[in-house]
Design a protein around this ligand. Structure first.
Ligand code: KIV
Length: 276
């Protein structure tokens, strides 16, 4: 039996098929991180399509030097809080570092983030064979997967820092073939981070699934930012790909509204917030 939720959202719920329709129709997708109920409510109110509980919470909430110390338990805790602030916005949750240690562990993590905490999609970094296997296994168990390629923050030690990827021709070809591989494995969405705009455009055109960029240029199907970066409150230097939307505005609600509007109409990101 299907029962209508009594607190039905004012706008139509965002779903995986509706995100695919947005790509097909050339409508930009807006994604923003959230880590608690109050920010989730702001994100919901502004009409953001996807709220992401990113493991960036390790850095911007916990003050860690990387995302690696974030545990599955902590992800479940934050996803549960964020789910309470949302109604129509699709909720995506990061798989923490090493959730891909085995397919069984990835399935266990997916079951907790979706079944227990309330996410509608999990995000997993990379395209190594065992990750493709995990993407396939999760999608077979009807857990939609968002892949994450390019500058994948969990690979910080492998990359030797947070460095733009895909600048050399062979590296660009690698990113493109990884993108095709995650799509083939069953991913419903791709976050592409820290690559030159030309590569962001190439990957976006090559894939059927929506590509959400962060430092991947203006031609992606949508954009994502860490909410504290776009409010200008993350300590330290603001990343080039981000913009302080709170500067000159009176409230968090106005700032998020401006981010949504600028992504939708293509004003963000400009060349200033993109890589060559
Ligand atoms: O952890 C995170 O917040 C992310 C986004 C920056 C895409 O992965």
């Amino acid at each position: 039996m299907y029962v209508e939720n009594s607190s039905a959202p004012a706008r139509k719920p965002v779903t995986v098929p509706s995100l695919h329709a947005m790509k097909a129709e050339g409508r930009k997708i807006v994604m923003l991180t959230a880590y608690d109920t109050s920010f989730a409510a702001q994100v919901e109110h502004a009409g953001v399509d996807i709220a992401l509980v990113g493991d960036s919470l390790g850095m911007v909430v916990q003050g860690q030097r990387s995302t690696l110390p974030v545990t599955l338990e902590q992800m479940v805790y934050h996803v549960t809080m964020v789910s309470r602030g949302l109604s129509a916005t699709l909720l995506a949750a990061d798989m923490p570092f090493m959730a891909d240690r085995s397919v069984d562990f990835a399935l266990e993590a997916g079951a907790r983030l979706v079944g227990e905490a309330g996410a509608a999609m999990v995000k997993i970094e990379g395209a190594a064979p065992h990750i493709l296997e995990a993407i396939h296994a999760l999608t077979e168990r009807v857990i939609p997967v968002c892949a994450h390629l390019g500058l994948t923050p969990q690979s910080v030690h492998k990359f030797g820092g947070y460095k733009v990827q895909g600048r050399a021709q062979d590296d660009a070809e690698r990113v493109l073939s990884e993108a095709l591989a995650v799509q083939q494995a069953g991913a419903s969405l791709l976050v592409l981070e820290g690559v030159p705009s030309a590569l962001g455009e190439r990957v976006t055109k090559a894939l059927d699934i929506p590509v959400i960029g962060i430092g991947a240029g203006p031609q992606c199907d949508g954009q994502v930012l860490v909410i504290y970066d776009m409010l200008g409150i993350t300590p330290g230097k603001r990343p080039k790909f981000s913009k302080d939307f709170l500067a000159g505005r009176a409230s968090v609600a106005e700032a998020i509204g401006a981010f949504v509007a600028d992504v939708r109409n293509g004003a963000f990101p400009s060349a200033e917030h993109s890589y060559n």
